[in-house]
Design a protein around this ligand. Structure first.
Ligand code: 3HC
Ligand code: NAI
Length: 703
């Protein structure tokens, strides 16, 4: 270690430094962007504490982070690699054992291992606006550096269980109320650190070791949490282990820590941990696009064409993000409907605490305007079309927009399936045309596919991504094809479900198996919710070009012919009424009739077989989407399904799941199923190559 002057800073390494102020010593951490507790941070901090506690003249040590946050957790990128000394749990014990009082200053998002370092310190002072939490459970693990042992000592069992099993961060005021921090003080982290250290020296602030606090037994809290998790998180591994770990806090600290370590290792080894961490990075990886360096266009005013389900949802999302919105409809009645839906959506935001009533009134009076003519969009910087899914209607609108939109305006379509190249060709400025495919309800769902057509300019693409960020959505880049990444793959795997339905599985059995796999809803529950009429229209559109070899299942179309479109009409595959939801006997009768007409003898499908066929079909089409360059990388497909289609987060997405199953096994399955239907079940070239040993989908993410 270098020796420094009395007052100047001494660098321990690239990320940790010491500053001495007479009897006070400050340790600064500087590991951008989020001060993750990487190996360098851990070893630097260890050396700093070791050196300072050996100095008789140093009476108080204060620890703070430079930049936007104190430590936001362990360095997740080191997970799965051989661990390097010192480990975070040992560092926390070392801090707690330190003879010299250690004050910790928290700011930004002090999460996971960062909060654990703070809990092991002898006094905690937080800046206003700090958020503290133990989000490990969201990554499939548990707080493994003493968090499960020290949080209950400071906050009590019940609050600690909530914090650890939910993974949700707390506002600093709540953290203070729970005793997780000692006080709140405004200022820059370094100044607060210096003042807090002085307060300890002067005897104004008392320090103590968390390990010395006994945990009050609270059997009821454990029982209630176990019962709740059994009901709400039956498929997840780590939340239950979190409860076991907190239960060990009633032991002496050293024994509790051993139990925490044992349970932490179990979580680390679980495939759910790998899936959840993949999902964490997927959310961030999708922003890495070829157009990332292009300058987004400035967007202030947004035009939305159509005030139906999607138009009103998109307008709501834009209004909530602070944009001015002009919505157009065909007539006043359409506008009234759209405005009423926006009002209802905003009311929902008020109820969820996301918006004040004054904020809502301000939005409705000053930010939203409406019109029945497209001319009203002449000043819009971005226009999003959300009218009927009909190519002629869309081309007509884009032709008009070409005449009225200001130069440089981005012209976007929210089409679910249609060819964005063809829509762009209806204008004289195809470089400005893009697909912005939102998901319903558009003000809630996080996914947005940014569909890049042949002539779309790089800055229009960058504008789509910048917009998503402002809307707090996750944008995924997609090329043009029928249905883009998500709906194209969904259309394909939905057929696998229909084939199983035709061959003997009931819609309810299929839905049960798929929700058992972890999807929020099964394919028939989704179809009923989205409206069966939507896929009916798509089926009619595709009828003329449907290959003769394709096995076509007309059951859903026949249900539609009865006027049953799912939830919105009270029945579809299920009946929805005052008595609840149950399988629709009339739909089951249609299924029976179709089977009889086609000469199918129904057979039994196990839940495992249903999942196997469904997931294999999904991966099969996803691989084609990748081969064709529609998706940039496997991780983009994972993000689409995680954030737009309810794919279970703990499984990391279809491509991550594909690696877990293994390409060779997937090829074997496809070849087996192909014995029944060799047109539908064809092995993609890429999958065969992977099966022959040329790598994994994960490796393709890195290249
Ligand atoms: N380790 C490694 N990298 C991390 C990280 C971490 N803990 N947290 C964030 N990063 C990276 C991100 O991947 C991103 O990298 P990129 O720029 O290359 O894509 C960069 O830091 C910035 O992150 P965000 O874009 O997410 O920045 P935001 O400001 O939006 O959010 C945050 C900041 C709230 C801290 C958010 O990043 C976050 O939630 N991080 C994870 C926090 C967490 O889960 N901590 C617990 C870790 S597990 C643990 O501590 C185990 C212990 O108990 C032993
Ligand atoms: P919708 O039928 O609820 O709304 C369409 C609205 O457009 C109607 O209110 C209609 O009056 C209006 N409209 C039609 N022509 C117009 C014109 N020339 N000028 C102004 N308004 C006009 O349909 P929905 O569901 O909102 O779908 C709209 C688009 O969004 C479609 O392209 C659809 O494929 C797509 N989409 C739909 C999703 C869904 O879940 N419903 C999800 C994602 C995309």
């Amino acid at each position: 270690m270098q020796s420094g002057s009395e007052r100047g800073g001494t660098a321990i390494n690239d990320v940790v430094s010491i500053e001495r102020q007479g009897p006070l010593a400050l340790i600064a951490l500087d590991n951008p962007p989020v001060n993750a507790a990487s190996h360098a941070v851990r070893s630097g901090l260890w050396q700093a504490i070791e050196a300072l506690q050996a100095e008789p003249d140093t009476r108080v040590i204060a620890l703070y982070g430079k930049g936007r946050t104190f430590i936001a957790g362990a360095d997740i990128r080191e997970f799965g690699k051989p661990p390097k000394d010192p480990w975070l749990p040992d560092l926390c014990n070392f801090i707690e054992d330190c003879e010299t009082p250690v004050v910790c200053v928290l700011h930004g998002t002090t999460l996971g291992g960062g909060l654990e370092v703070a809990l092991a310190s002898h006094l905690r002072v937080a800046l206003p606006g700090t958020r503290v939490g133990l989000p490990e459970v969201t990554l499939g693990i548990l707080p493994g550096a003493g968090g499960t042992q020290r949080a209950p000592r400071l906050a009590g069992v019940s609050a600690a269980l909530d914090l650890i099993t939910s993974g949700k961060p707390l506002a600093v005021e709540k953290a203070l109320e729970h005793g997780l921090i000692d006080r709140i003080e405004d200022g820059l982290p370094r100044d607060v650190a210096l003042r807090a250290a002085q307060a300890v020296l002067d005897g104004h602030d008392r320090t103590r070791r968390t390990r010395d606090i006994a945990v009050e037994p609270d059997a009821e809290a454990f029982e209630a949490m176990r019962a709740k998790l059994k009901k709400t998180q039956p498929l997840l591994f780590s939340p239950h282990k979190c409860v076991d770990a907190v239960a060990a806090s009633q032991l002496p600290l050293s024994e509790g820590l051993k139990e925490e370590r044992r349970l932490f290792n179990e979580c680390m080894d679980s495939p759910q941990r790998a899936g959840l961490i993949h999902a964490f990075f997927a959310e961030r990886a999708v922003a890495k696009i070829p157009e990332a360096s292009a300058k987004p266009r400035d967007i202030q005013n947004i035009g939305v064409i159509g005030g139906g389900t999607m138009g009103s949802g998109i307008a709501t999302a834009a209004l909530l993000a602070g944009f001015s919105v002009t919505m157009t409809e065909r007539d006043q009645a359409g506008l009234d409907r759209g405005t009423a839906t926006i009002g209802k959506n905003l009311e929902g935001a008020v109820k969820r605490g996301k918006l004040s009533t004054e904020g809502r009134d301000e939005i409705l009076s000053a930010k939203l305007s409406t019109a029945t003519e497209l001319d009203a969009l002449a000043d819009a910087d971005l226009i999003i079309e959300a009218v009927f899914e009909d190519m002629d209607v869309k081309k007509d609108i884009f032709g008009t927009l070409d005449k009225i939109a200001k130069p440089g305006a981005v012209l976007a379509s929210n089409t679910s399936y249609l060819d964005v190249n063809e829509i762009a060709a209806a204008t004289g400025r195809p470089e400005d045309v893009i697909g912005l495919h939102f998901f319903s309800p558009a003000h809630i769902m996080r996914l947005m596919e940014v569909v890049v057509a042949e002539k779309t300019s790089a800055d229009a693409v960058a504008t789509g991504f910048a917009l998503a960020k402002k809307l707090k959505k996750i944008a995924v880049r997609s090329g043009v094809c029928d249905g883009f990444i998500g709906n194209r793959i969904m259309t394909f795997y939905k057929k696998a479900a229909d084939y199983m339905m035709m061959d003997g599985a009931s819609p309810e059995e299929i839905d049960r198996a798929i929700t058992g796999f972890g999807f929020a809803m099964g394919p028939y529950q989704v179809a009923d919710l989205a409206g069966l009429d939507i896929s009916w229209a798509a089926n009619k559109r595709r009828a003329a070009t449907r290959p003769a070899e394709e096995r076509y299942i007309p059951i859903a179309d026949e249900i539609c012919e009865k006027g049953w479109f799912g939830r919105k009409t009270g029945q579809g595959f299920y009946v929805y009424d005052a008595d609840g939801t149950r399988p629709n006997p009339e739909a089951l009768a249609i299924i029976d009739e179709e089977r009889a007409r086609a000469g199918v003898t129904p057979r039994t499908f196990s839940g495992d077989e249903i999942v196997s066929r469904f997931v294999t079909a999904m991966i099969l089409e996803a691989t084609r989407v990748l081969e064709e360059g529609i998706a940039l990388r496997p991780v983009d497909i994972d993000a689409v399904f995680l954030f737009g289609y309810g794919f279970p987060r703990f499984r990391g997405g279809p491509m991550h799941t594909a690696d877990q199953i293994g390409a060779a096994e997937l090829v074997r399955r496809i070849e087996t199923y192909a014995q029944e239907d060799s047109y539908y079940w064809q092995v993609p070239v890429l999958l065969r190559k992977l099966a022959e040993g040329s790598g994994t989908f994960a490796e393709m993410n890195e290249s």
